[in-house]
Design a protein around this ligand. Sequence first.
Ligand code: UD1
Ligand code: UDP
Length: 359
Amino acid sequence: MKVVTIVGARPQFIKAAPLSRALRRAGVQEYLLHTGQHYDYGMSQVFFEELGLPEADINLNVRSGGHGEQTGQMLIAIETVLLQQKPDAVIVFGDTNSTLAGALAAVKLHIPLAHIEAGLRSFNRRMPEEHNRVLTDHCADLLFCPTQTAVENLHREGLTAGVHLVGDPMYDAVLLFGQRAEQKSHILESLGLRPGAYLLATIHRAYNTDDPQALATLLDILQSLEETVILPVHPRTRRRIAEFGLLKERAASRLRLIEPLSYLDMLVMEKNARLILTDSGGVQKEAYFFAVPCLTLRPETEWVETLTDGWNTVVGLDADLIRRHVREASPPATPPRPVFGEGNAAEKIVEILTANARR
Ligand code: UD1
Ligand code: UDP
């Protein structure tokens, strides 16, 4: 069996790592296509190196642009590759423009499409990701859901055929790389941090970064907290901070902006944080895997399971609410539940893919 796997953005390299390993083990031939959506060393290549991903067979180098421009360029180039490669299936992950371009290219060529992280919904149509997910799910032949909620979301949209609850490859990745992170990462020492004595924050959602008011509010909140806050800055956010002239010096601020972290460093930073503040999907889940309380800087979350027992709280941009939660946050008494599978999502996906190819 031969598959074309399509990746392009940071979280997709992470999700692809356990899958690529499981495909190799099952003797499936994988052609890895990188759209080039993310291209800085710290947003792309570092993940290939750390996670042992094979080098991409092709990098389309599409890079940044408007939604139409970026997705359109990917679509044109992916179609050419699929016509040359003639795979038995195309695999896409998550909800980025790379995901949608891969999905559209595959279905128009009648190549079976597998969507990993199917069924996620924020029900917020202002998010580009929501359109990418809905459209990709409705194109897909195999829909690999990380959670029961995702399965139910698909059922409500009339999608029942090819739906499989397999667990979350991001949980597989944490189990696969968690120990290596502990051994190899020196991030706490290099930042001079003690475990449990800092907060970790990430911000990159379009509605939090493209709106000067929203981004100013978030930075102001982070600057006002009375603890060390480490903010590895996504390139989108860095660009907006410069463009809007935000982040003025503030004497008492303990906010520290750093470059995006590698995956192993990020895992260590998450595991040892007292609290995480984020608008990232992946980071909310990793906080839950590591049993670190999380505040979600958004009006809603797709990962509703993480809200159980108070491990994650949706706080939006409400400054008073955020400051109160930061002051009072402590790990809930009930431990996180195993709702993201058993760490073998990638193996399950490969089993189902190969069984379908034999049919
Ligand atoms: C994309 C995804 C988002 C995902 C995120 C993961 C879409 C619509 N959005 O958002 O769902 O959560 O990736 O991180 O697909 N840039 C660089 N260097 C890079 C990459 C980006 O400088 O290597 C800057 C560029 O200024 C670019 C901006 O970041 O315009 C946004 O990049 P883009 O890939 O369009 O979207 P993300 O915000 O990264
Ligand atoms: N991540 C990382 N370094 C960082 C920030 C995030 O390695 O500086 C990892 C994080 O651990 C998670 C993934 O990137 O596995 C989440 O990606 P991101 O927040 O970019 O996108 P989202 O999950 O919101 O789509």
